[in-house]
Design a protein around this ligand. Structure first.
Ligand SMILES: Cc1ncc(COP(=O)(O)O)c(C=O)c1O
Length: 361
C-alpha cells in the first residue's frame, strides 16, 4: 500500500489514523456484533457515537450552549438553498458579500426564495482581493448577511470577518472550519460540508444560534426545517451514520493533536512555505491573490508557461503528489493544505516545484 500526499480540494486527505480506526471497526463496531454501517441510528450504540461527535465538535470549536449543532446530508449547497427558507420571511431581503465562486453559488441557491442582493463583490477584480467592509452596501431590512469565509477555488480568505450590523452574519466555512480558533458568537450561523477539514463527504454541519431557529421563515416541508432538525437531534430521518461516525473520529483526532490553536500554527507554517516558494520563483510560478487575502487552505498557482501544465501534473503524480490540477474555472494548479496535510507534504511539493523549475526552466 502506498499513500501519497493528496492536495485535493475535497473530498480531501484524511488522517491515516482515522482511516485505520474506521477500517478496524468496519466489520464489527465496539462489541455490538455488527458493523456501524448495519446498526440502527436510533439504537444506543449509534446515539452514543452521534452525541460524542457533537460534544467533541463543541469542544474543538468552543461552541456555546445557545447554539444548536445540526448534522445533515445534502452538502453545503443544500444549506445555501435552505437558509432563506428557514431564516427569511417571504419577499424579505438577504445581503450577500461575494468574494469568489462559492459566494456566487450561495447567492444563486438562495435567489428563488429571497430578495438576494449583492452587498459587495470583488468579481470585477477577478476575485484577487476581498471586498472590504467599506464597500458593503447593506440593506436596512436584510434577514441576514452571508459571507464565504474561505473561497476554495479563488484562494481568498477572510481572516477577520467584519461585523454585519443588525442582521446576523451567516458564514460558509466549508473549507476553513477548524483551521484556526473561531469566535462562534460573532455569527448567527456557520455551516460547512465536512469533506475538507471535518472528515468525509456526505455530512454537513450547521451551527446556528438558537434564537434564529425561532424565526418563522417560509412554508417548507418538515425535513427542510432546521428547527425540527434541531429538536430531533438531526434524526428526523435516517442520517448519514457512517459519515457522522468518521467525522467524530476526525474531530477527536484534531483534539488529540492539540486542537485548533495547534492547527493554526501548522497551517500558518504550511501556507508560508508554499507562498514563499511561489513568490521566490522569479515569476516561474505565480499566485495572483493580494497578500493580505491569501488563503491558508487553498493555494491556486500558475506556471509561467501553461504549455507545461500537463507535464507538471504528470511528474507531480509520479513524485507522489496528487490532485494538484486547478479548478476548471481558473485553470492552472491548486494545492489544498487542510488540517490532515502534514508539513512534510508541503515540503515535498515545494522541493518538487523547485526541482521542476531547474529541469524545465
Ligand atoms: C466554500 C464552499 N462552499 C460550498 C461548497 C459546496 O459544497 P457541497 O459540495 O458539499 O455542496 C464547497 C465545495 O467545495 C465549498 O468549497
Amino acid at each position: 500500500m502506498s499513500r501519497d500526499f493528496n492536495f485535493s480540494p475535497g473530498p480531501s486527505m484524511l488522517p491515516e489514523s482515522v482511516l485505520r480506526q474506521a477500517q478496524a471497526t468496519m466489520l464489527e463496531f465496539d462489541g455490538c456484533g455488527a458493523s456501524i454501517l448495519e446498526i440502527s441510528h436510533r439504537g444506543a450504540d449509534f446515539l452514543a457515537v452521534a452525541r460524542q461527535a457533537e460534544a467533541d465538535l463543541r469542544r474543538l470549536l468552543s461552541i456555546p450552549d445557545d447554539y444548536a449543532v445540526i448534522f445533515t446530508a445534502g452538502g453545503a449547497t443544500t444549506v445555501q438553498a435552505l437558509l432563506p427558507l428557514n431564516f427569511a420571511a417571504p419577499g424579505q431581503a438577504a445581503d450577500y458579500v461575494v468574494s469568489g465562486h462559492w459566494g456566487k453559488t450561495a447567492l444563486k441557491q438562495a435567489a428563488p426564495c429571497v430578495d438576494a442582493r449583492i452587498a459587495a463583490s470583488s468579481e470585477a477584480g477577478g476575485f484577487h482581493d476581498l471586498p472590504g467592509r467599506a464597500q458593503w452596501r447593506l440593506s436596512a431590512d436584510a434577514a441576514y448577511v452571508h459571507v464565504t469565509a474561505n473561497e476554495t477555488i479563488h484562494g481568498v480568505e477572510w481572516r477577520d470577518i467584519p461585523e454585519s450590523g443588525n442582521a446576523p452574519l451567516i458564514a460558509d466555512f466549508s473549507s476553513s472550519i477548524a483551521s484556526e480558533p473561531l469566535d462562534v458568537t460573532k455569527f448567527g450561523a456557520i455551516y460547512a460540508g465536512a469533506q475538507k477539514n471535518l472528515g468525509p463527504v456526505g455530512i454537513t454541519v450547521l451551527i446556528v444560534r438558537r434564537d434564529l431557529l425561532q424565526r418563522d421563515g417560509q412554508p417548507r416541508a418538515p425535513i427542510l426545517d432546521y428547527r425540527a432538525q434541531a429538536a430531533s437531534e438531526s434524526m428526523l430521518n435516517t442520517p448519514p451514520s457512517w459519515n457522522w461516525y468518521v467525522l467524530g473520529l476526525t474531530v477527536k483526532w484534531m483534539l488529540d493533536e492539540g486542537g485548533v490553536e495547534e492547527f493554526a500554527r501548522r497551517n500558518a507554517r504550511k501556507a508560508a512555505l508554499l507562498y514563499a516558494a511561489i513568490d521566490g520563483s522569479g515569476g516561474y510560478y505565480r499566485n495572483e491573490v493580494v497578500a493580505s487575502a491569501r488563503s491558508r487552505m487553498n493555494v491556486p498557482f500558475f506556471l509561467h508557461d501553461p504549455a507545461l501544465d500537463t507535464v507538471f501534473l504528470a511528474e507531480a503524480r509520479q513524485a507522489g503528489l496528487l490532485a494538484l490540477k486547478g479548478h476548471r474555472v481558473l485553470g492552472g494548479m491548486r494545492a489544498s493544505l487542510y488540517n490532515a496535510m502534514p508539513e512534510a507534504g508541503v515540503q515535498a511539493l515545494v522541493d518538487f516545484m523547485q526541482e521542476f523549475q531547474t529541469r524545465h526552466g
